[in-house]
Ligand binder design. Structure first.
Ligand SMILES: CC(C)(COP(=O)(O)OP(=O)(O)OC[C@H]1O[C@@H](n2cnc3c(N)ncnc32)[C@H](O)[C@@H]1OP(=O)(O)O)[C@@H](O)C(=O)NCCC(=O)NCCS
Length: 193
């Protein structure tokens, strides 16, 4: 019988390679795993975001990421955090993507924050959600979840395209569950041959 691969606790080698994407206007961006020393850059992103965007990301008023939260976001045993910058201005973070392991086992919660100047129809949020979903599969997660504001049409549109049925909202937030394809050990074995 084919056994699903359990979630991988350690950072996967592929995760360390920056992931390149080209936005709809031709801008080249790289998304790389965050490290503990990146907190100032991340809070720079938060300062460049509107209060509305930060609220949409956290579903509450937020002005920054606190050190104890950051520790959790960069703990590679339970989280994957990606920072995105353009290839021309690599020091300015324009987006952060978080996958954080949650209960029950095999679930990872997804959240994305794109700086206001980079939002809307350039496709950055779409690229990041798709890449995060592929990383979640690679790490053996079976389910992606997201808590999204009921009026957040952009994020809901992105998630809808991940082969998920977005439930009708019954409150101010929508809880999304995306089943992920299971990575099978025998398939990986075949790939290696
Ligand atoms: C939600 C968010 C991640 C989306 O990222 P983005 O880069 O702005 O989105 P994209 O450019 O990929 O657009 C996604 C889709 O939303 C829809 N969309 C984009 N702009 C829109 C607008 N002005 N009006 C209505 N729909 C719009 C479209 O369907 C679009 O895709 P398409 O143009 O290919 O059809 C980003 O706006 C963001 O960070 N917002 C604040 C934080 C947040 O809401 N996070 C999500 C909660 S976890």
């Amino acid at each position: 019988m084919v056994q699903p691969v359990p979630a991988l606790p350690a950072a996967f080698p592929a995760l360390h390679a920056p992931h390149a994407s080209i936005l709809k206007d031709g801008t080249r961006v790289l998304s790389r795993p965050a490290v503990r020393a990146d907190l100032d850059e991340v809070n720079g992103l938060y300062r460049r975001c509107s209060a509305e965007s930060r609220r949409a990301r956290h579903l509450t008023h937020r002005s920054e990421i606190r050190p104890h939260e950051w520790e959790r976001m960069v703990d590679v045993r339970k989280a994957i955090t990606l920072l995105t910058a353009t290839t021309t201005t690599p020091d300015e973070v324009i987006a952060m993507t978080n996958l954080i392991e949650t209960d029950p086992p095999g679930c990872a919660e997804l959240a994305v924050l794109v700086a206001d100047a980079w939002q809307r129809r350039l496709g950055l949020g779409t690229c990041l959600v798709r890449y995060a979903a592929s990383l979640a599969v690679l790490h053996g997660y079976s389910t992606l979840t997201a808590e999204v504001g009921a009026t957040n049409t952009r994020m809901l549109a992105i998630l809808r395209r991940l082969d998920t049925s977005v439930p009708q909202n019954t409150s101010s937030t929508v809880s999304i569950t995306v089943p992920l394809p299971v990575r099978h050990a025998h398939h990986d074995e075949k790939q290696r041959r």
